[in-house]
Design a protein around this ligand. Sequence first.
Ligand code: GAR
Length: 201
Amino acid sequence: KVVLGILASGRGSNLHSIAKAVQSGQLAAKIGVVISDKPAANALNLAADFQLPAVCVDRKQYRTQLEFEQALANELQLHQVKLVVLAGFMRILSPYFVHLFANRIMNIHPSLLPAFPGKNAQEQAIRYGAKLSGCTVHFVDEGMDSGPVILQQAVPVFAEDTPDKLAERILQQEHQAYPQAIKLYAEGKLQIDGRLVKITE
Ligand code: GAR
């Protein structure tokens, strides 16, 4: 089974959907470790509920980004992680880390990339006047939210939407799309060809 290392900074609802998919047997993978960069992250409580190995690699305990990422990489290697899953992990990873896990880091972002990368994607979509937004699961490259797209799901943006209402609607799709994308990876069905991700049968 593919061993996952899930990195989360906050609430952890995507961690929850992935852990549920693993628990139910829908997703044949093993969660090797859950790592948070913040001691107070609810994701750590969730990991405990699911009886998953969990550690906090607190960014504040490290002098430099490099030392922080070395500590992250150590934990991941210690738990024999094959695929790094960013689930609401609110830090940009340097090229050093991205290369260590080349083509083995996934992220989920709450917009239809390349629209609205970066922070507050839902608010960006509303301000722009987009009528459709959604979520994107992609492989991580050196850029911000710029790596090869694996799956996308669209949701409508309504005139009366607030960022929170839109975020909630997108989140429902995230909770389907992320386990699905990881499943494709675990089954060896994802092929990266330059910018393109091919889904094989
Ligand atoms: C999710 O909506 C995820 O797409 C977004 O943060 C939320 C985390 O929720 N990620 C980003 O904005 C990354 N730039 P969760 O902690 O409940 O999974």
